[in-house]
Design a protein around this ligand. Structure first.
Ligand code: GLN
Ligand code: ZN
Length: 774
């Protein structure tokens, strides 16, 4: 093969949802049946075309593979699974004559149908993006279905672009997969590497034939030590895969990207393979000070793609320091390129779209488009000399200095309160004493509850939109929300739930709602990022010291409680989750910021208690998400994150039942941390993994209340009472009934009312049946 030059500036990937969430709208319209597959394809193609033009306008080269082809209709891991033919047997009927699946089939695998559960979904490294988990067994037949990748490449070419296809690499693909249900014990997807790599080889062959000069294979699993596979085996697999792929004659040049951290011991391994370019995340990781001579020699012959622009947060940052990091790599190789540290998938499109944002704050920010421009600037500096970009570097430095000294960034009263904290502020009375005090709640065995939100109906959204536009005044809005709360309370009473919720109708989002009421945050108008599939979130920006000017939830919760004799749960979002789902200031340790947020929540809990609320849930679905991928960094993280939760809840009276909720079930390394949260009741996801988690819970010695979810709220599917009963019976077999709670996997806000009511009725039916068996 001929070696191709790598572009001096590139990005690892770009948001695919569209500047105005066009893809979300199109995909959801297709699901609703209002547009057909051809129309969806046409809209997606238009979006891809617009993205390429935009990236070129922002300074990425059209003709040298600088522009990544990183589009996906739903998820890049699902795309890879489809590309290599890894369709689980329960979806075999979706295959067409050629063994591929069409768009409708693709979405069916993502979302499930009838009794066929969708692929499991879980968090992508330490981000808030969720991918679909491939299922690989000993008999999975890998066959190439490259039509889509080739078509997008050809589409770009016809538009005048030579783009760089981006595919999840084979090692990461298998490491993120789970063994198929019927796989024998001891089998791991990585066992199939030898069968998978040839299919990637064929893909490279086809891409070369189509004229691709570079392909990007994403291998973030190589930076993560939190993968359940011995490190040696991971490294060996990388060597095997890339030696094999590199050996082919007909292939594009291979760029292995390794976002989300330092490659560490994987760098020498990749260096020893024939791949032409290696991407380094130099925001999260640094290069080892000392590389062995063999590695140094190998690297000298490769392109090093320096990921110095942070793809994971929104700060404009220190551009001069970023440029210095690029220069620092130059002693290793003559061929150095500038890039983002990760795909820009994690940041919104464009700061300039934020016309209502404070201009001063805006000047401290860089979203995807600004980051692409930063890459282009640094690439120019690299090519033409630092002096050609001096002005841009100085402007960024001035913005950074302005940010440091701006009002609100450091507030003495907030800082003094954090400094004065003592150990006792982090602890409640012992658990047994609390259990005794909470008897007054008078709950049945296997108490039933929900996770907090009820469906956010069109009416609710419209009311909020009208409030924002000024068409509805605050009082009118309040009346509508109260009516909704009353409806939801009555509904829960009818269904027969034991601990009620107010339904969270007033919350546009579980973090943004609080961000709007706390000092130190700002919110954006168009700052959407993809969370999974067509779901997007709009993270708030935490830029200053955090404090609570007034109670945030008391009015709604106490109104709901006034309507019923049953306990109503107060609902708060925990400090770690508020941080994880916001864009957080990067000028102080996260733990310091977390304590400020925790104190605001602590005051809220005291106010809720005063208003007669006896059960309070503090959601921490993001606890595991922020867990560092490097083992050495985990203890310090768990220390501050658990501490922040305990600080938030540490003032609650013994009689107040504190719940927490986590959206996932892989307890793994965080099980001790979850115990240390010291919540009275913890609800978790379990339905999608069919209660697998109860074994781990039982084995872990977890001794407080636990509610493994019995209804997968990520899918429109209504579980039957029989199915829920089977899940509950499985749970009761492992966990004492006295500690078991019955609840869905997560909040119901994304569901419709019909499926919600039917599902909750089935849950109650199942709970009653299992209670009768006790
Ligand atoms: N209380 C929130 C809800 O029900 C929790 C959501 C979550 O965990 N992501 O919507
Ligand atoms: Zn959840």
């Amino acid at each position: 093969m001929t070696a191709h030059a790598f572009p001096t500036g590139t990005i690892l990937g770009y948001p695919r949802i569209g500047r105005r969430r066009e893809l979300k709208r199109a995909v959801e319209a297709f699901w609703a049946g209002t547009i057909d597959a051809d129309e969806l394809e046409a809209r997606a193609a238009a979006l891809r075309a617009a993205t390429r033009e935009r990236l070129a306008d922002l300074g990425l080269d059209r003709a040298t593979s600088a522009i990544p082809e990183s589009f996906s209709f739903y998820d890049q891991v699902l795309d890879a699974a489809i590309t290599v033919g890894a369709v689980p047997p329960r979806f075999a009927g979706l295959r067409d004559a050629g063994g591929g699946v069409d768009l409708a089939g693709y979405f069916t695998i993502a979302r499930g149908v009838g009794d066929s559960a969708p692929l499991e979904m879980t968090k992508w490294f330490d981000s808030n993006y969720h991918y679909l988990v491939p299922e690989i067994g000993p008999d999975t037949v890998f066959t190439l279905h490259a039509d889509r990748i080739l078509a997008e490449f050809a589409e770009a070419k016809a538009q005048g672009f030579l783009t760089r296809p981006v595919v999840v690499g084979p090692v990461t693909f298998l490491l993120l997969a789970k063994p198929a249900d019927d796989a024998p014990a001891g089998f791991g997807p990585l066992d199939r590497l030898g069968d998978l790599v040839p299919v990637y080889g064929q893909l490279l062959d086809r891409l070369a034939a189509a004229g691709a000069e570079w392909v990007q294979l994403d291998e973030p699993a190589l930076v993560s030590e939190s993968i359940d596979e011995p490190r040696d085996r991971v490294l060996e697999s990388a060597a095997t895969a890339y030696d094999a792929l590199g050996a082919a004659d007909a292939r594009p040049s291979i760029f292995v990207a390794a976002p989300y951290g330092a490659l560490d011991d994987a760098l020498p391994v990749l260096a020893a393979t024939p791949v032409e370019a290696i991407g380094l995340d130099l925001v999260r990781g640094t290069l080892a000070a000392q590389l062995d001579p063999v590695t140094e020699e190998s690297l000298a012959a490769k392109t090093l793609v320096a990921g110095v622009i942070d793809g994971h947060n929104v700060w404009r940052g220190d551009l001069a320091a970023a440029f210095a990091r690029v220069e620092a790599v130059q002693h290793l190789s003559g061929a150095v390129a500038v890039s983002t540290s990760t795909s820009l998938l994690h940041v919104p499109h464009d700061v300039d779209a934020e016309t209502s944002l404070d201009a001063r704050l805006g000047s401290w920010l860089a979203f995807a488009d600004q980051k692409v421009a930063q890459v282009a600037t640094l690439a120019r500096g690299l090519g033409e000399g630092r002096e050609t970009i001096e002005t841009a570097l100085d402007e960024a430095s001035a913005a950074l200095a302005d940010r440091t000294s701006a009002p609100g960034v450091r507030v003495p009263a907030v800082r003094d309160r954090v400094t004065a904290l003592a150990d006792r502020d982090f602890a409640r009375a012992v658990y047994d004493e609390r259990v005794a005090a909470q008897q007054s709640l008078d709950l049945p065995e296997l108490p039933t509850t929900t996770i907090g939100s009820f469906p956010q109906t069109g009416d609710i959204r419209r009311a909020r939109a009208r409030l924002v536009k000024g068409e509805l005044d605050a009082d009118g809005y309040r009346q509508l929300m109260r009516a909704e709360i009353e409806r939801v309370v009555r509904l829960q009473e009818e269904i027969g739930l034991d601990v009620l919720v107010h339904g969270e109708p007033e919350r546009n989002d579980m973090v943004q709602y609080f961000a709007e009421l706390l000092d130190g945050f700002s919110v954006t108008e168009h700052g959407w990022v993809q969370s999974y599939g067509s779901r997007c979130t709009r993270p708030s920006i935490l830029w200053g010291d955090v404090s609570r000017p007034a109670p945030m939830t008391v009015e709604w919760s106490s109104y709901a409680q006034s309507l019923t004799e049953k306990p109503v749960k107060g609902m708060l979002t925990g400090p770690v989750t508020i941080l994880a789902w916001s864009f957080v200031r990067d000028d102080q340790p996260l733990g310091d910021t977390a304590r400020q947020v925790a104190l605001a929540l602590r005051d809220e809990i005291a106010d809720l208690e005063r208003a007669g609320i006896r059960v309070i849930q503090v959601d921490e679905p993001a606890l595991r998400e922020l867990l560092p991928l490097k083992l050495a960094e985990q203890p310090a993280y768990l220390d501050w994150s658990v501490g922040a939760f305990r600080l938030a809840t540490g003032g609650a009276a013994s009689a107040t039942q504190v719940h927490t909720h986590l959206c996932y079930s892989e307890f793994g390394v965080v099980i001790d941390a979850i115990k240390n949260l010291d919540a009275d009741v913890t609800s978790i996801e379990a339905a999608r993994s069919r209660m697998e988690v109860v074994d781990d819970i039982a084995a872990s010695g977890f001794a407080h209340g636990i509610g493994p979810g019995v209804y997968d709220i990520h899918s429109p599917r209504v579980p039957s009472a029989v199915e829920v009963q089977a899940l509950l019976e499985r749970a009761v077999a492992e966990i004492p009934a006295s500690r078991l709670w019955v609840n869905p996997d997560c909040g119901l806000k994304t569901r419709g009312y019909d499926e919600t009511v039917a599902s909750l009725e089935h849950i109650l039916e199942a709970a009653r049946a299992v209670r009768a068996e006790l």
